[in-house]
Every structure is written in structure tokens, then in C-alpha cells.
Design a protein around this ligand. Structure first.
Ligand SMILES: NC(=O)c1ccc[n+]([C@@H]2O[C@H](COP(=O)([O-])OP(=O)(O)OC[C@H]3O[C@@H](n4cnc5c(N)ncnc54)[C@H](OP(=O)(O)O)[C@@H]3O)[C@@H](O)[C@H]2O)c1
Length: 333
């Protein structure tokens, strides 16, 4: 099957493209060609690549036709952020593709009501990113149900993998928080530390996309939350990471107004974006319909990514880490 991946060299694509090649797909990756995938893999040498700037092509009204001209059997759109972007592709690909998979986000949910949140529960998106992604999803599922457009929608959680810092126990991306936990230094958490984050390993995201293609009859017209088996609380996450570093957790809890003064404005903003949603999602539909089975728990995924940061000296000097004598080992199920 000839599968076009739009946005194939980022967090999701780095793991997805090699998995598609392994599954026997003829892969075409469309990006601007400005960056390399996070991990090397021989699979990248066997794929076709096209450098196209989506935004510029959309402004010129040529993007959909350009993708259609690649003659795909399937299209995986990893970088669609608005309904207008989605509709440009739908109009160009209608009747021409066997399947179209849109990458959404758990931020389409907004705050949950009954947790873990299932796909059927009403959405409460807020913020431009979540609202626009929810509008794109609603449009695409309507196209599937009303007009038979063969779209499936996958909503990943916070994507984790080797090569970039994972969302940390404060709910932001400052890798220094892991260094503090590794040194046994005090870390302040907002509130009681009981708000949640829901990670997923990029390899499990890739697994879900391949499964959606393999089970197209069951996945078309449906959306799926793609996360690990269980979300973690900020406190539980911080304690588990401290223990992994061989340290006693040294945590302090502060009301939001006080806590936000302890970090930069940007980090406080990122934390707010995550704790205001406190995602906890169910994967029972993905398991039942797709046969999705995440290989990584949230902590296994994060620990593998942190180990990568350590090995590449992006977190602590290697000497400091090896002196600790507690080099943790990570094993995925
Ligand atoms: N990262 C997460 O934690 C997360 C969580 C939930 C959902 N998601 C969703 O997952 C999807 C993929 O996210 P990601 O984190 O993998 O993205 P990413 O790491 O930012 O990667 C974006 C990819 O698209 C390409 N790209 C960017 N701008 C482009 C343009 N104008 N034209 C053509 N190609 C362009 C990039 O390559 P070039 O720069 O070389 O063009 C790269 O291959 C998104 O829909 C996002 O909403 C992400």
C-alpha cells in the first residue's frame, strides 16, 4: 500500500515511518525538509520524500491537489490543526484514497467528567489548539458518516520518545525538573499534586496508526484515544522518578498563585495548559476495535526518554549520574 505521511519527521513521524516500512508500506513523507527525524533508522533510506510547505501550498490553494498527485492509497495527516486545512484535503482526496487518518490530540476533550474519559463523552475543548482540533475532528467524522469519506481519527496523549524531553512531573517541558529529582533537591508542585497527565510512547502511537490501517473497516468513521494504560498524578510521577534516580522524594505543595512564582512564566503557562485539563483517558475502545496494546506504561516511556537525555548528556553530566551508582534500567513490556 502506498501511504503518504504528512509531517513524517516529528515526534510522531519519527517512530511511525519506520513502523510503516516494517509493515510493508511504500511510504512517502511530506515535510518542508527543515529537520531530521529524532532517531536514525535504515527505513528512512527506503522511502520517497517530498519537500512541500503545507502552509504556503494551502495559501496558494494547491496543497490538496499536490497530495492527490502523489497517488496515495492511504494518507496519514500528522499536521492538520484546523477544519479548513482538513477540508482542503478531503475535497482533493474524495473518492481517491482507501483510507485517510487524521492525527488529533487528547486536548479535544478539555476537562473530563467521568474518568477515564471515553470517546463517546461530550467534548469540552478550550484554547485555540483544542477547539480547532475538535472542529477538524467533528468535520471529518461528519464527512465519514454523511458522505462516506474513509477517515479515522487518532488522539494521542503527551508523546514521549528518545530524542526530546518528556512532559515532566510539573506538567511542563523543563528537563531541569528531572535533574532536581535526580539530585534529591526540593521540587514544588502545584496544589496537592493530584492533577494528572497522560503520556504515550511514540512507538505506541505508531502502533495505533498501523493498526488503524490494518483494521480500516472497523476504524473508518471512528475516533480513538491513544494513550498509555493509565495517567499519572503529578505527585505520583515525581515520587516515582525520584525513586528511579535512587532518591527520597523531596516535594513541597503550594497553592497555584504561589507555585506559579517558582517557575518561569512560560513553564507556568505550560503547566496550566496541562493541569487545567488533567487528562485521564480510556483505551478500551482502541483495544477492542483495533487490538491496540501499549508496550509502555507512562513511567516506562518517560524513563526511557530520560535515560536517553542522560546518555546524551542533555540532563546531567554523565560523571554525576554514574557516581550515583543507581543507573536505572528501563524495559518495555
Ligand atoms: N507532540 C505531542 O506531544 C502531541 C500530543 C498530542 C497530539 N499531537 C499531535 O500529533 C501531531 C504530530 O505532532 P508532532 O509533535 O509529531 O509534530 P512535530 O514534532 O512538530 O513535527 C511536525 C512535522 O511536520 C513537518 N512540518 C512542520 N510544518 C510544516 C509545513 N508547513 N509543511 C510541511 N511540513 C511541515 C515537520 O518537518 P519540517 O519542519 O522539516 O517541515 C515535521 O516532520 C500533531 O497533529 C499534534 O497536534 C502531538
Amino acid at each position: 500500500m502506498r501511504t503518504v505521511v504528512i509531517g513524517g519527521t516529528g515526534h510522531a513521524g519519527t517512530y511511525l515511518v519506520p513502523k510503516l516500512v516494517e509493515a510493508g508500506h511504500e511510504v512517502v513523507s511530506v515535510t518542508r525538509g527543515e529537520r531530521e527525524p529524532y532517531r536514525p533508522d535504515a527505513a528512512w533510506r527506503s522511502i520517497e520524500t517530498h519537500n512541500i510547505d503545507r502552509e504556503a501550498a494551502e495559501r496558494a490553494g494547491t496543497f490538496g491537489q499536490t497530495i492527490a498527485a502523489l497517488e496515495p492509497d492511504a494518507v496519514i495527516d500528522l499536521i492538520c490543526y484546523t477544519k479548513e486545512s482538513a477540508s482542503g484535503l478531503v475535497e482533493a482526496l474524495r473518492g481517491k484514497v482507501r483510507q485517510f487518518i487524521h492525527c488529533g490530540t487528547i486536548f479535544v476533550q478539555g476537562h473530563g467528567v467521568q474518568v477515564p474519559t471515553t470517546e463517546e463523552q461530550p467534548r469540552n475543548p478550550f484554547g485555540d489548539y483544542g477547539v480547532n482540533k475538535a472542529a477538524a475532528e467533528a468535520y471529518l467524522l461528519d464527512e465519514a458518516q454523511r458522505n462516506g469519506f474513509p477517515v479515522s481519527v487518532l488522539h494521542p496523549g503527551h508523546i514521549v520518545g528518545e530524542g526530546w524531553p518528556p512532559l515532566n512531573p510539573l506538567g511542563n517541558f523543563d528537563p531541569g525538573v528531572f535533574a532536581k529529582l535526580a539530585r534529591g533537591e526540593e521540587v514544588a508542585l502545584p496544589h496537592f499534586g493530584l492533577e494528572t497527565v497522560h503520556h504515550v510512547h511514540a512507538d505506541d502511537v505508531a502502533q495505533a496508526f498501523v493498526l488503524a490501517l490494518e483494521n480500516w473497516g472497523a476504524s473508518v468513521g471512528e475516533s480513538f484515544y491513544i494513550v498509555s494504560e493509565a495517567a499519572v498524578t503529578l505527585r505520583g510521577y515525581a515520587e516515582a522518578m525520584a525513586a528511579w534516580f535512587g532518591q527520597e522524594p523531596n516535594l513541597r505543595f503550594l497553592p497555584w498563585a504561589e507555585w506559579k512564582q517558582t517557575v518561569s512564566e512560560a513553564d507556568a503557562g505550560a503547566t496550566w495548559e496541562h493541569v487545567a485539563r488533567s487528562p485521564q483517558h480510556s483505551i478500551s475502545k482502541a483495544k477492542r476495535v483495533l487490538g491496540y496494546q501499549p508496550r509502555y506504561t507512562s513511567l516506562q516511556a518517560v524513563q526511557e526518554a530520560v535515560e536517553w537525555l542522560i546518555v546524551n548528556e542533555e540532563l546531567l553530566p554523565a560523571s554525576e549520574f554514574s557516581n550515583r551508582g543507581t543507573k536505572p534500567r528501563v524495559s518495555a513490556r
